[in-house]
Ligand binder design. Structure first.
Ligand code: PMP
Length: 459
């Protein structure tokens, strides 16, 4: 239709898109999403999709929450903007900080707001350095992260991210980070190794790294309880309590990046609860506001807060913050979103939907192209690889890309991350919705088999 075509032409003429091949985009044009309703979105041609990725792992409450629109409108009328610098505050930022302290594990009591997950992790890097400076140990600066971990794309958070592109393509002046083995037993486990052996080996790798570099140089360990954007990796049994013990032993801070995991995605309120560890710092974003507004928060323990606060008293100020830190409209929307998550028991719903969702997906292990199906709660990854050799198909990522394209045709938005098709539906899904997601996915994967035969990938 005419509007759709003119929008596409304007998009091609004027936008550079994130994570997009710009030249391919000029050829293909955009898929223009115009409207949302519950778990569904509609494009500019009127085609309906189930949003199987909750946008970018974000929209807990679905795409049509009037209460969030009203919260934004009311706050805009009352006070559309004010900052939180230099002793100023606003009611929404105060109420949301209080709410986050109440919802997160008890030992996390203090909150610092940013606009995005990347900014939050950049801020954490600076906070950790600020602290160690104050404690008279500025050489304790290095971070340990994992290959395939995702922590953002700004200069510091991009260094924490363990996915090649940031460093390779942008020649980032990387901050000191060591990336260790992805906690993914199926691929990284050695021949004959049990899951417990694998955990022990990864913990030894961490400890060996700390000792080789010198504990006096290692500031912190950062990780997503379940890795999301790098391919959806569920840690092996005992991994997180082991990491937490090493952080204690070597006086390192433990940072849980719960930007995707937080607020029920894993069937527990926070990922650190599912995996039984207590981080010193927690990064939150995405489901905090269902991404209706850009918003992120850093949660701190009293102990961490006190070191920072004492140093600000000495220096005169904490010289860090964003124009949008604690933005009143974003915080009002975030607060209302968290109330909806609680009132509708969406975190409980994620736990209840885990069995039908995950068990339904495990049936895809019969599919000739599927190597592994993994996930917990309402997040999952389907990796395409030869079942016995575990070798991914060539060219890299092509099968997952084709699978995502066929899902789109079948009316299901899923996302190809490397060799894996990821799913992360809104937390409001019902059992019927889950069945419909599985049905659309099944049709797409049947077509994928036909395509793979035509391509000569399988017999
Ligand atoms: N951490 C994690 C775990 C994420 O998944 C993301 C975004 N996918 C980020 C940080 C960065 O967040 P943002 O895109 O808001 O900068």
């Amino acid at each position: 239709n005419e509007l759709s075509n003119s929008l596409a032409a304007a998009d091609i003429a004027h936008q550079l898109h994130p994570y997009t091949n710009a030249r391919a985009h000029e050829e293909k044009g955009p898929m223009i999403i115009t409207r949302g309703d519950g778990i569904r979105v509609y494009d500019s041609t009127g085609k309906e999709y189930i949003e199987g990725m909750a946008g970018l792992w974000s929209v807990a409450v679905g795409f049509s929450e009037d209460r969030l629109a009203k919260a934004a409108y009311d706050q805009m009328l009352k006070l559309p903007y004010y900052h939180t610098f230099a002793h100023k505050s606003t009611e929404p930022s105060i109420r949301l900080a209080e709410k986050l302290a109440e919802m997160t594990p008890e030992h996390l009591t203090r909150c610092f707001f940013t606009n995005s997950g990347s900014e939050a992790n950049d801020t954490i890097v600076k906070m950790v350095w600020f602290m160690n400076n104050a404690l008279g140990r500025p050489e304790k600066k290095k971070f340990i992260a994992r290959h395939k971990g995702y922590h953002g794309i700004t200069v510091a958070s991009g260094s924490l991210t363990g996915l090649g592109g940031n460093h390779r393509d942008f020649d980032l002046p990387a901050i000191p980070v060591t990336h260790l083995t992805t906690p993914h037993f199926w691929r990284e486990g050695a021949e004959g190794e049990t899951e417990a052996d694998f955990t022990a080996r990864l913990l030894k790798e961490i400890e060996d790294t700390i000792l080789a570099e010198g504990p006096e140089t290692i500031a912190a360990f950062i990780g997503e309880p379940v890795i999301g954007a790098g391919g959806v990796f569920v840690p092996p049994e005992g991994y997180w309590p082991g990491v937490a013990a090493l952080c204690k032993k070597y006086d390192m801070l433990l940072i849980a990046d719960e930007v995707i995991n937080g607020f029920g995605r894993l069937g527990t309120p926070f990922g650190s609860q599912r995996y039984d560890f207590e981080p010193d710092i927690m990064t939150l974003s995405k489901q905090i506001s269902s991404s209706y507004m850009p918003l992120a928060a850093i949660m701190l323990t009293d102990a961490v807060y006190d070191v920072i606060a004492d140093n600000t008293a000495k220096l005169g100020s904490f010289g860090h913050g964003f124009t949008g830190s604690g933005h009143p409209v974003a915080c009002a929307v975030g607060l209302e979103n968290l109330k909806i998550i609680e009132e509708k028991d969406l975190m409980g719903n994620a736990a209840r939907m885990e069995a039908p969702f995950q068990e339904g997906l495990r049936k895809l292990l019969d599919h000739p192209l599927v190597g592994e199906v993994r996930g917990v709660g309402l997040i999952a990854g389907i990796e395409f690889a030869d079942k016995t050799t575990k070798v991914n198909y060539a060219p890299a990522g092509s099968v997952a890309a084709k699978a995502a394209a066929l899902c789109t045709e079948e009316g299901l938005i899923a996302r190809n991350v490397y060799e894996t098709l990821a799913l992360c539906p809104p937390l409001i899904v019902t059992e019927e919705d889950v069945a419909e997601i599985l049905a659309r996915l099944g049709r797409a994967l049947d077509r994928l088999s036909d395509w793979a035969k035509d391509e000569g990938l399988i017999a």
